[in-house]
Design a protein around this ligand. Structure first.
Ligand code: ZN
Length: 256
């Protein structure tokens, strides 16, 4: 039996920047779980971003119901202001409201995971994120999981694997293979390297993790570009976006 894949994306575009080739290879077996609504610039932009991801994933052949919105907030990039990083370091039940709201919502007006699964929105707490991540993993039981890396500069990206690993630790008899991917590798002006068709080491990454990286060849860079062009709202930094299009995508296997 073909095992399912779950890609955890903190924001709408991380799934393509980090794992385009993985999704392209097995779209029907891939689920993309969006932890936040990417609503740093408001709920209208969040809706736009949701549709951009849907366009990209539809282009690759991912079924629409394989897009899962957890519906949490995006309050900015530095750790001390970012939503998931702050939440991770709060008490289980401490409410962390955003400028948009204080509970989960679906960016396109549908039902976010918590509402669909438990019949109510979730207040923005650490415990709720953990319950939702665990709920999704229990529903799908993927053989392989892709998630952002703890060394990523964006606080949401750094905290996402902490939630995912904590949820897995709560589950009995479940040992998926976990790969990390980078989006903000230390300095967005210098990484990804703007020239060259393979990646250089992310500035923040330690040498041993880099040495044990897994390089997955990108089959069709033209299609990668076409897919990435779905994200028009994020395209203001075209140099940064297109720097991800190389001959390879890089992953780091989690040592458990
Ligand atoms: Zn992101």
């Amino acid at each position: 039996m073909q095992q399912d894949i779950v890609i955890f994306a903190p924001h709408q575009d991380d799934e393509i920047l980090g794992a385009y080739e993985i999704i392209r290879q097995q779209p029907e077996h891939t689920y993309v779980v969006f932890l936040t609504n990417g609503d740093y610039e408001g709920a209208e932009v969040a809706k736009t971003r949701w549709h951009e991801s849907r366009k990209a994933l539809t282009h690759l052949g991912v079924p629409e119901d394989h897009m899962i919105a957890l519906g949490y907030a995006d309050t900015g990039m530095p750790r001390e202001v970012s939503f998931l990083w702050r939440l991770w370091h709060e008490g289980d039940q401490t409410l962390v409201p955003s400028h948009v709201g204080a509970h989960t919502y679906h960016p396109d007006g549908g039902k976010e995971y918590h509402l669909a699964h438990w019949g109510a929105h979730a207040a923005y707490t650490r415990l709720a994120v953990l319950a939702d991540v665990r709920g999704v993993l229990e529903d799908i039981r993927p053989g392989t999981i892709y998630v952002t890396n703890e060394d990523d500069v964006h606080g949401d990206h750094a905290a996402a694997p902490l939630f995912v690993c904590a949820a897995i630790d709560q589950m009995a008899d479940y040992t998926p293979t976990i790969y990390r991917y980078h989006v903000h590798g230390g300095d967005d002006e210098r990484w990804p390297n703007r020239t060259g068709d393979v990646f250089e080491k992310p500035l923040n990454l330690d040498e041993s993790q880099w040495e044990s990286r897994v390089s997955v060849p990108v089959e069709d860079q033209k299609d990668f570009l076409e897919t990435l062009e779905s994200f028009q709202s994020q395209w203001r930094d075209a140099e940064y976006m297109t720097a991800f299009i190389k001959k390879e995508q890089i992953f780091y296997r989690e040592k458990k």
